[in-house]
Design a protein around this ligand. Sequence first.
Ligand code: NAG
Ligand code: NAG
Ligand code: NAG
Ligand code: NAG
Length: 587
Amino acid sequence: MLRLEHAWTWLAVTVGALLGVTPSASRDLSGSRPNILLLMADDFGIGDIGCYGNDTIRTPNIDRLARDGVMLTQHLAAASVCTPSRAAFLTGRYPLRSGMVSSNGYRVLQWTGVSGGLPTNETTFAKILKDRGYATGLIGKWHLGLNCESPNDHCHHPLNHGFDHFYGMPFSMMGDCIRWELSEKRAGMERKLNVCFQIMAVAALTLTAGKLTHLTSGSWTPVIWSTMAAILLFTTTYFLGDLIVHADCFLMRNHTITEQPMHFPRTTSLILKEVSSFIQRNKQTPFLLFVSFLHVHTPLITTEKFRGKSVHGLYGDNTEEMDWMLGKILDTLDTEGLANSTLVYFTSDHGGSLESRLRNNQYGGSNGIYKGGKGMGGWEGGIRVPGIFRWPGVLPAGRVIHEPTSLMDVFPTVVELGGGHVPQDRVIDGRSLVPLLQGTAEHSAHEFLFHYCGKYLHAARWHEKDSGRLWKVHYMTPRFHPKGAGACHGQGVCPCSGDGVTQHSPPLLFDLSRDPSETRPLSPGSEPRYHAVLARVHEALEQHRRTLSPVPPQFSLGNIVWKPWLQPCCGTFPLCACTQDGDPNEA
Ligand SMILES: *[C@@H]1O[C@H](CO)[C@@H](O)[C@H](O)[C@H]1NC(C)=O
Ligand SMILES: *[C@@H]1O[C@H](CO)[C@@H](O)[C@H](O)[C@H]1NC(C)=O
Ligand SMILES: *[C@@H]1O[C@H](CO)[C@@H](O)[C@H](O)[C@H]1NC(C)=O
Ligand SMILES: *[C@@H]1O[C@H](CO)[C@@H](O)[C@H](O)[C@H]1NC(C)=O
């Protein structure tokens, strides 16, 4: 019996050798069920990291992860703003396929109390792995919706999308959470409300004067109504900052609000505590933990220990604190003896925000040599993000891969490792990274990738395997403000359509393999293959378009406006305040 087995092994090895397969390198990892720890930073630029070339910011823990694992240099987000990029990450599909894109300028969910969100019939990798027996958790930011019809239906909640544990912000960090000058929505709304108040006040005064001087006849009703409207507008404007803080800046554990509004000095330690207790609780079963950092989104909440410590102001301090948090999380894996049985992944949801600046202080990330940033669908700086995988003893240490890969690839990758199957009833745009990471495949499975801004296709990329050249075609690019600034200052993010963009006909063509900063558009004179490349990309685009079908839009005006009856609130509406997680002063 033993001899026979040996004979078979010998035969298999010989045949394998003849076919050019080396058993050690092609170890079949599907269904090997490692723990999976996914770490995602918010608004973090690829230029902010030591191992990606920054020599003044200190990110020793991210650098260590890269040294011990595989580093991707052309890792691409499917969108350049939070909500759609995260939807694509969790589903492995372009956000257009789930309706998580806008056609109206509102490109991320604007409030917690809206009805839009990740549709319940979308399948996340968490759901598949949960069905395969994984303990699944999400700690940190969600920003993919909460309710559909009532304040407690939680139809878009992480627990309804395959996570069996959630702790964090259903919405997103923002400057408005601390009434910061760099405001996402308060400042703009205040201006509009103020104009309305002034109109109403003038109307009320005119009507009152008319009545008192007997110039107008009729009842007092219009006077009363306009005065009440003016008072209401004034009060709303006055309390708007508070309203936003209470409406969006709160923490939940599972289905329960634990802190509304958040008490920021303790948030970082609460998150770290939650991560380590999740890992300890679930170390016996394989687990999937998605840590979705609130760092390094504005307002850059940073604990005392890190303030003023970097050479890059508050943004640098916040980055270094996040790196420290990441180190703490890796330490937990080490002390629990889980490092070798855990696949760790680190990324950012999209590029750094160039518009986050105030009086010459930069509060957003840097995207290194790449043009553009957050909010720009086509330019490389908005979508090229860090991507690092570590799995000691299984993935090679210190390997760097320059092939095009997507955040959507994480979906089929973790599904395969966890022993699940990708859904067959829908298009999945991600491709498993396992062969590329292991080194059994030389090339990425992506020949083409499409870069959307909202629902508008801005650019496409073709990795031509034979020549190794990397073509990028831009059909539309944002109009910078002021001209030549490289960003859209004063506008939050650059627009995707209308007057805010330039349509290019013929399209702009770049060869990123020679011009990664997209500074020298090619012409038929400078590039003999100009027409052939444009034609090939156009053909791929037509093919891609044939796979799209219309779905309910999640960012329609009806789905994006604040609906008071969907507002999660602990305590009495509209006060909405509680701390159920102990003493807020205990840090
Ligand atoms: C390093 O990151 C900081 C913070 O974003 C940035 O200001 C600086 O330009 C970066 N340095 C390099 C070499 O990219
Ligand atoms: C969250 O809910 C799940 C069940 O849905 C439960 O297993 C888990 O323990 C809960 N977590 C906490 C902290 O209550
Ligand atoms: C983890 O894997 C590395 C790399 O293969 C190996 O050197 C180390 O001894 C392993 N550690 C444990 C605790 O097994
Ligand atoms: C989800 O439901 C919507 C609306 O019924 C439908 O258009 C869409 O195709 C469905 N998506 C999937 C993945 O089944």
